[in-house]
Design a protein around this ligand. Structure first.
Ligand SMILES: [Zn+2]
Length: 252
């Protein structure tokens, strides 16, 4: 199995450097940073931190090839419809947006010219988009926000044979690939899942597994496919970010 990006190269992590090391690297040698963000939220039979673990791992996998540093994750986000479930945590939308905006400003201030926000959670897409737009306008830093599961929906169909879902086959595969002990397969039953329907907004969500397409996306526990899915998903994210970086060179 190909695992070109999975754990082959060690990512450079901001929080592991000394200030002297950082000063020698940024911006002279490294001008790109990946900033993972997620939330703490109920997820079927995968951990409450699923939306943190996946963007963290994808960031670590792609950073070396993008010549990027990985910034510490923001693990608290905006949890909405699943907040009623045990262990789900949230912050408010203005707090989250301010935190993101100020962190982006601070990363730009320290010399990064390109920022990749690696988002793991669907409840904060608008806030991330606004923060990226505002910081780009005020500081001229280039920012791309990646919502990995949306970008990789075709990878889900290709490798797993079906559409995914919140805590569905795609996210479950990622956690299985990251650490199979974190997936509580014996607790899984199909009744945990609810297929989302256009024209329906239920609060709280009627399940902790929320599927995008009727009859598809139910978690499976094939470790080989899981590894392949995470590898391919990270590869796709990397290629998309690389293309954007190349296009940005036109305006450097
Ligand atoms: Zn999730």
């Amino acid at each position: 199995m190909s695992s070109t990006t999975n754990k082959t190269k060690t990512p450079l992590k901001l929080e592991e450097l000394t200030w002297q090391e950082f000063g020698e690297l940024v911006p002279k040698k490294i001008d790109t940073v990946i900033f993972p963000v997620g939330t703490v939220e109920a997820h079927g039979v995968t951990p409450l931190g699923t939306d943190n673990m996946i963007p963290q791992r994808i960031s670590d996998m792609i950073a070396p090839d993008l010549k990027a540093m990985v910034a510490p994750i923001l693990p608290y986000g905006i949890t909405k419809t699943l907040l009623a479930y045990p262990g789900s945590l949230t912050v408010t939308s203005p707090t989250f947006e301010s935190f993101i905006t100020e962190t982006l400003n601070s990363l730009a201030e320290k010399g990064f010219k390109k920022i990749v926000i690696m988002n793991g959670h669907g409840g904060q897409i608008d806030e991330l988009r606004r923060a990226a737009q505002n910081v780009h306008q005020s500081r001229k830093v280039k920012i791309v926000v990646i919502h990995w599961w949306l970008l990789c929906s075709d990878v889900s169909k290709e490798v797993l044979g079906q559409a995914g879902g919140h805590a569905g086959i795609d996210e479950t595969a990622c956690i299985l690939a990251i650490d199979k002990n974190l997936v509580k397969k014996q607790k899984y039953k199909r009744s945990l899942a609810y297929t989302m329907k256009d024209g329906v907004n239920a609060v709280p969500a009627p399940g902790t597994i929320l599927l995008y397409k009727e009859g598809e996306g139910y978690p499976e526990f094939d470790e080989n496919k899981a590894q392949l899915y995470l590898t391919r998903a990270a590869e796709k994210v990397k290629l998309v970010v690389k293309e954007i970086f190349q296009k940005w060179e036109q305006i450097d």
